[in-house]
Design a binder for this molecule. Structure first.
Ligand SMILES: [Zn+2]
Length: 108
């Protein structure tokens, strides 16, 4: 067997063991996990800082593309908050604070 092969297999074995150790350390050591996650958060903060303009442009595009859906949702929420009662005369659904029925016109 050539020496290159043996060295290659040793390196692969070392990487496998390192991978297992890393995985188990993350699974069982809260302290290590916190340290690792801290690095990831730092990296995310750095990336966000480096690409502020791209992120702004993406959120602007998303806001523009979903304008209609946002309006529909807002309208539905507004409708959901509105208190309604039923007309004493015709049974139509009317606002709680309305004096006259918008359907039959009679006083409540
Ligand atoms: Zn009515």
């Amino acid at each position: 067997m050539p020496v290159g092969f043996i060295i290659f297999f040793i390196i692969v074995a070392i990487l496998c063991v390192a991978g297992f150790v890393f995985t188990f350390a993350i699974m069982f050591s809260p302290k290590f996990k916190a340290k690792f996650m801290g690095k990831q958060i730092e990296a995310s903060k750095y990336m966000i800082d480096q690409h502020k303009n791209d992120i702004k442009s993406i959120s602007d595009n998303v806001a523009e593309a979903t304008k209609g859906a946002t309006k529909t949702t807002a309208r539905a929420i507004k409708e959901g908050f509105k208190d309604t009662v039923f007309c004493k005369h015709c049974g139509a659904e009317i606002d709680t604070d309305s004096t006259f029925c918008k359907s039959c016109g009679k006083k409540q």
